[in-house]
Design a protein. Structure first.
Ligand SMILES: [Fe+2]
Ligand SMILES: [Fe+2]
Length: 321
C-alpha cells in the first residue's frame, strides 16, 4: 500500500491507483467556472506529472502541509493533455520512503562501492591508512547529517542529481590517482591531495539542500567548507600537523581558481585543475546528450562539433554481460 505510485501508469486515462507521490514545488490554486481547484505536479525521477484537485477537503490538506510525500488516490484523466485527478490525499506518516527516493540519482551503495574502489587504488599509489581513517571520521561527523552521499554537486550544472556531490568527488579522486602515477614526486603529498579533494566541495552539504539552494546559500560552499573544517581542527592537527590543516584550508578557499579567491598553494592549484577537468568533461557530455542539433555552444569557444558517444544504457548492459 505504501509503495511509490507508478505515475506513468496511473496517468493513463481511466486508471485508478493508490500510492505514494511527492510534491516538490508548491501547487497553485486556480479559479474554475464553478469552484476553485488546485493545479500541481507530482515529481518522480526528473519528470513532473500534472495533477488537479477539485474537492476542497482534499486540496485543503495539501495547502496545509505544502511540499512533501503524500498517500494519494488518483484517476487518470484527460483534457488538453493527460493529468491525474486526485480524489483522496493523506500526509505520508512513514519514514522508510524519503524524498531522495523520488529524485533521480545514484544510490548510496553504488557510491560507497565506487569510493571503496578508488580508495584501494589510491592506497596502492601512496595514500595512507591514517588518511582514510580521517576521511571516515570526517564523513561521519554529525554536522554533515549524513548528507555527503546524497547531496547534489550543483543546482544547474554538473552532477545535479542525488549523490552528485559524492560522485563528482569520487571522479576527482580517480583523476588524482592517475596524476600520482604520472608524477611520482607528488606521492609525498598523496594524503594532503586526497583529503583536500574530499573536503573541497563538502560545504555544498550546507550550501544546498535536496538539490536546491539552502536558506544560507549566500555564505558559499568554500566559506562553509572552511567553517566545517574548523570543527575538525584538533583531529586533523593530531593526525598530521598545523601545516597540513592550513594547506587543506587553502585548497577549499582557492579551488575555484580565477573565479573566487586565487589559489595560494600548489595543492589548491592542482585540485582546481582536477576540478575543472572533471566538471567540464561531465558538463560537455551531458550538454551534448541534451542538445537536439549536431553542434553545441560553449561559453568560451563558440560552436563545438559533437563527438560520438556510447549510449549509457548500452554501456551498462555491456558491462553486466
Ligand atoms: Fe567548488
Ligand atoms: Fe568541485
Amino acid at each position: 500500500m505504501n509503495d511509490i505510485l507508478d505515475l506513468k501508469k496511473a496517468i493513463e486515462k481511466g486508471n485508478r491507483a493508490r500510492g505514494l507521490a511527492y510534491i516538490k514545488d508548491k501547487p497553485e490554486m486556480r479559479s474554475g467556472k464553478r469552484n476553485d481547484y488546485m493545479n500541481g505536479f507530482f515529481h518522480l525521477k526528473e519528470k513532473d506529472y500534472p495533477f488537479k484537485v477539485w474537492e476542497s477537503d482534499v486540496y485543503d490538506i495539501i495547502l496545509e502541509y505544502g511540499t512533501g510525500i503524500y498517500v494519494v488516490e488518483t484517476v487518470g484523466s484527460e483534457f488538453h493533455g493527460a493529468y491525474l485527478t486526485v480524489t483522496d490525499v493523506d500526509i505520508y506518516p512513514g519514514t522508510t520512503i524519503t524524498q531522495d527516493d523520488f529524485l533521480a540519482g545514484i544510490p548510496r551503495y553504488k557510491l560507497e562501492e565506487m569510493l571503496a574502489d578508488v580508495a584501494a587504488e589510491l592506497t596502492q599509489r601512496g595514500t595512507s591508512e591514517k588518511c582514510w581513517k580521517l576521511v571516515d571520521y570526517t564523513l561521519r561527523h554529525e554536522d554533515l547529517e549524513d548528507r555527503f552521499m546524497v547531496e547534489g554537486a550543483a543546482i544547474k550544472h554538473h552532477d545535479n542529481i542525488v549523490g552528485g556531490l559524492a560522485n563528482h568527488t569520487i571522479k576527482m579522486l580517480r583523476i588524482l590517482s592517475a596524476l600520482l602515477d604520472n608524477n611520482p614526486s607528488l606521492v609525498e603529498s598523496a594524503d594532503l591531495l586526497t583529503y583536500s579533494i574530499i573536503m573541497h566541495d563538502i560545504g555544498k552539504v550546507f550550501e544546498y539542500r535536496d538539490l536546491a539552494t539552502s536558506e544560507y546559500w549566500y555564505a558559499n560552499h568554500r566559506v562553509r567548507g572552511i567553517e566545517f573544517l574548523s570543527h575538525l581542527k584538533d583531529k586533523v592537527i593530531s593526525c598530521y600537523d598545523e601545516e597540513f590543516y592550513r594547506q587543506v584550508q587553502s585548497v577549499i578557499a582557492g579551488h575555484h581558481g580565477a573565479y573566487g579567491d586565487r589559489p595560494t598553494t600548489v595543492a589548491a592549484t592542482i585540485v582546481h585543475y582536477i576540478d575543472v577537468l572533471e566538471s567540464q568533461t561531465t558538463e560537455l557530455i551531458s550538454q551534448q546528450q541534451a542538445a537536439p542539433s549536431d553542434r553545441l555552444r560553449h561559453p568560451d569557444f563558440g560552436f563545438l562539433q559533437m563527438i560520438p558517444l556510447t549510449d549509457e544504457i548500452d554501456e551498462v548492459a555491456a558491462k553486466e554481460e
